[in-house]
Design a protein around this ligand. Structure first.
Ligand SMILES: *Cc1c(COP(=O)(O)O)cnc(C)c1O
Length: 336
C-alpha cells in the first residue's frame, strides 16, 4: 500500500532529510549551564522575532504555556480564558495541579477572541473576597476553533484595556506562525500584544519537539528556574534547537502552502471556504467513526473530533497530490 495520508494533526510530521542534517551538524553544549550555542542562538532569534527581551527553550507547548502563565499569575490568583482554550482543555489541569492557579472561562464563538467579554469578568486584586484576576490567556490561531485567526483589532483592544486594568496577557501561540502566514502581519506585531508568549515548532514548522517562551528578561530568568523545577532543563539539546532554526529558515516561508492545501481540500469537499482560515478543515454532520474507519482502510487518516465531526489538518507531509487523493477518498465516503 502507498504511504498513509495523515490529516489528523500537524504534529504528525517527520523531520525532513535537510532538518536531520542540520540536527546532525549542530554545535552543542550543556544547556543547563547555558552553554549550548545553538539553543542560545535559537532563543535570541525567537526573542527578536517577537520583539521581546528574552526567550526560553522548552520541550513542549504545554510547558511553555504553564510556565508563561505562572510568570504572570501567582498561586491563588486566576487566569481568564475562553472555554475551549488549549490551556484549560488539553493541559491536564496543570495550572491548578502544579501551580495553584485558578482558571475561569468565558464561552466563545468557536474560539473567537472577545476582549470585552473577558475584560467584563476581571476581578480586582484588592478585594477581601474575590479571587484576583492576574492574567488573560489568548490562543492564536485557535485549535478548537479550527485554526481561526484572532483579529488584530481585538488583540489590540485586549492589550490596551488590560494595561488599564493591570492584568497581564499570555499568548498561547502554538500556531502563531499560521496567523502570521494567513494575515501577513509581523510576528513582532503579535509579540508586542502579549506579556508572555509560547510558540511551538512541533506543529506547522515540523520539528520533532520544541517550543519557545518569550517575555521580559526578568520573567524569562524566573522561567528558567521553573523549567528546571519541572524537569525541563535539557543538556546537549542544540540538536533539537538546530531543527527549530532550520524550520524558521525553510518551513516558515512555506506555511502558506498548507493553507492553500486546506482551501483546496475544502473546495473539493464542498466545505464553506469562509470557515477555512489556516490549515484546518472541518466536516460537520458526518458519521465520524464510520467515515474515519473507511477512510483509514483507503490510506487516509482523519481526526475524529466528535461523533458527528471530522477535522482535517494540512501540514508539511501533505502535498497537493495527497490532498487530491484524500478528497477523492472522502468524497467517495461522504453522502453529499
Ligand atoms: C499543540 C498545542 C499546544 C502545545 O501542545 P504540546 O503537545 O504540549 O506541545 C499548545 N497550545 C495549542 C493551541 C496547541 O494546539
Amino acid at each position: 500500500m502507498s504511504e498513509l495520508i495523515d490529516l489528523r494533526s500537524d504534529t504528525v510530521t517527520r523531520p525532513t532529510p535537510g532538518m536531520r542534517r542540520a540536527m546532525a551538524e549542530a554545535e552543542v553544549g550543556d544547556d543547563v549551564y547555558g552553554e549550548d550555542p545553538t539553543v542560545t542562538a535559537l532563543e535570541e532569534r525567537v526573542a527578536a522575532l517577537f520583539g521581546h527581551e528574552a526567550a526560553l527553550f522548552v520541550p513542549s507547548g504545554t510547558m511553555g504555556n504553564q510556565i508563561g502563565m505562572r510568570l504572570v499569575c501567582e498561586p491563588g490568583q486566576e487566569v481568564l480564558c475562553d472555554a475551549d482554550a488549549h490551556v484549560v482543555t488539553y493541559e491536564m489541569g496543570a495550572a491548578a495541579a502544579i501551580f495553584g492557579i485558578s482558571t475561569r472561562t468565558v464561552v466563545s464563538d468557536r474560539g473567537l477572541l472577545d476582549a470585552g467579554a473577558l475584560l467584563a469578568q476581571v476581578r480586582p486584586r484588592d478585594d477581601w473576597h474575590l479571587t484576583a484576576t492576574a492574567a488573560i490567556a489568548v490562543e492564536n490561531t485557535h485549535n478548537r476553533g479550527f485554526g481561526r485567526v484572532q483579529p488584530l483589532a481585538e488583540l489590540q483592544e485586549l492589550w490596551d484595556r488590560t494595561r488599564e486594568a493591570g492584568v497581564a496577557v499570555h499568548l498561547d501561540g502554538a500556531r502563531i506562525w499560521n496567523a502570521h502566514a494567513a494575515t501577513g502581519e509581523d510576528l513582532a506585531t503579535y509579540g508586542r500584544l502579549a506579556d508572555t508568549a509560547s510558540v511551538c515548532f512541533s506543529k506547522g514548522l515540523g520539528t520533532p519537539i520544541g517550543s519557545v517562551l518569550v517575555g521580559s528578561a526578568e520573567r524569562i530568568a524566573a522561567g528558567r528556574l521553573w523549567r528546571k523545577r519541572l524537569g525541563g532543563g535539557m543538556r546537549q539539546v542544540g540538536v533539537i534547537a538546530a531543527a527549530c532554526l532550520y524550520a524558521l529558515d525553510h518551513h516558515l516561508p512555506r506555511l502558506g502552502e498548507d493553507h492553500e492545501h486546506a482551501r483546496l481540500l475544502a473546495e473539493r469537499l464542498g466545505v464553506d471556504p469562509a470557515t477555512v482560515e489556516t490549515n484546518m478543515v472541518v466536516l460537520d454532520d458526518v458519521a465520524a467513526p464510520l467515515v474515519a474507519e473507511a477512510a483509514k482502510a483507503q490510506g487516509v487518516l482523519v481526526g475524529r473530533v466528535s461523533p458527528r465531526r471530522i477535522r482535517l489538518v494540512t501540514h508539511l507531509d501533505v502535498d497537493r497530490a495527497a490532498v487530491e487523493r484524500a478528497a477523492e477518498v472522502l468524497n467517495g465516503l461522504l453522502d453529499r
